[in-house]
Design a protein around this ligand. Structure first.
Ligand code: OSB
Ligand code: MG
Length: 373
């Protein structure tokens, strides 16, 4: 990728957007999405991105505060000092800083958006993807009211979502999935445990084999490659790893341990779009399927997920749903909508393809910091 010169200014924002419905997982419930955003400016052009981290470390160790800290103290100062910046070499700039993939991904993505806008191309073209529609899936949080959950699934089926994901936890699993399967015998259904089980629960997880689930996402803890491998031997339902996969090395472990058959790719957790594509290539060469996950992002982060899904290998429907499923009001000017076939059209405007609504940013903003070269 061509040299984009230097970055003149970095603006960090934290916004807080109320969710349409609270999102409950085996870890806890979130009622609003707080998000860390980054805007970079270079020679009259700008690029935006959104950090995947949440307020609290329930899904992943990084939080909004740690991502902000790492960005302000380490990543942005390195970026603002650099000359002759190349979007595909951002990882090298940060090579000395361990971990904190979500913070690093935020910086790299803003540079990629800036580069795409500067060269007048849509982001997917920069990434090597092609203009297409992607198949949309939807992820439902835990709902103690099963009739309410069935009603929500019914609405999603009517909207032609291509895949339905339901969060499960101990005591809210076999019974609930059995009810869902009776009501919807043919839907493309998966479950996500967010790591709440352990090997003592193997009997319960074996029972889930009876419901034609396309996969079970992250049944055991983040580091438990061996446990997942033992479980995969005993169940037919493919295991999909989400939290466990922090980069190429964990994918190599998953392949060699036979811990899973599928990986949920989240560009934030993996340190950016370019690393995600690299990991996807490795998975395809080694017989694992991938799909693109979601982190309840605002319109900025969601746009990056859309562009990633134009790349070969991301054909399975993922967790990118339409805007109205998450927020009443968003911080980009155009909402993401489903067409009549449950697909989302990838915008072909420059960069990630949506315009940031500065007025909405100001309305939802709870923090702002400006750093200059
Ligand atoms: O485990 O995939 C997950 C949301 C927040 C944190 C973790 C997860 C999720 C989802 C929803 O499942 C994905 C989305 O619709 O953005
Ligand atoms: Mg998950």
């Amino acid at each position: 990728m061509d040299n984009i010169g230097q970055i003149d200014k970095a603006e960090l924002y934290i916004v807080e957007l109320p969710l349409v419905t609270p999102f409950k997982t085996s870890y806890g419930v979130i009622k609003s999405r707080e998000s860390l955003l980054l805007k970079l400016t270079s020679n009259g052009h700008s690029g935006w991105s959104e950090c995947a981290s949440f307020r609290d470390p329930w899904y992943h160790y990084e939080t909004i505060d740690t991502s902000l800290h790492i960005a302000v103290k380490y990543l942005i100062p390195v970026l603002l000092k650099a000359n002759n910046i190349k979007a595909d070499l951002i990882t090298d700039l940060f090579a000395g800083i361990k971990g904190h993939n979500m913070s690093k991904a935020m910086v790299e993505n803003a540079v990629l958006d800036l580069y795409a806008r500067k060269t007048g191309k849509p982001l997917y073209e920069i990434l090597g993807g092609e203009k297409k529609k992607i198949r949309s899936g939807i992820s439902f949080g835990i709902s103690e009211d099963i009739n309410n959950l069935l009603e929500q699934i019914n609405e999603a089926v009517k909207k032609k979502y291509h895949r339905i994901k339901v969060k499960i936890k101990k005591g809210f699993d076999v019974n609930v999935i059995s009810d869902i399967r009776s009501a919807f015998p043919y839907i493309n259904l998966i479950v996500d445990a967010n790591g709440c089980y352990n090997e003592d629960d193997t009997e319960t997880l074996r029972m889930l084999d009876n419901f034609d689930l396309k996969m079970i996402e992250q049944p055991f803890g983040t580091d438990d490659f061996l446990g997942h491998s033992r479980l995969q031997e005993q169940i037919n339902t493919p295991i999909c790893l989400d939290e466990s996969i922090s980069g190429l090395h964990s994918a190599v472990s998953a392949v060699n341990f036979k811990s899973c058959k599928v990986i949920c790719v989240k560009q934030g957790r993996l340190g950016g779009l370019l690393k995600s594509i690299e990991l996807k290539d490795y998975c395809m060469e080694n017989g694992l399927r991938v799909w693109c996950g979601g982190m309840l992002e605002t319109g900025i982060g969601r746009a990056f997920n859309l562009h990633l899904q134009t790349i070969d290998g991301f054909e399975s429907p993922g967790d990118t749903s339409e805007t109205s499923r998450y927020f009443i009001e968003d911080i980009v000017t155009e909402p993401v909508v489903l067409d009549n076939d449950g697909n989302i059209n990838i915008p072909d405007n420059d960069g990630f393809g949506f315009e940031v609504d500065q007025e909405k940013i100001d309305e939802f903003m709870v923090f702002r910091k400006i750093m200059k070269r």
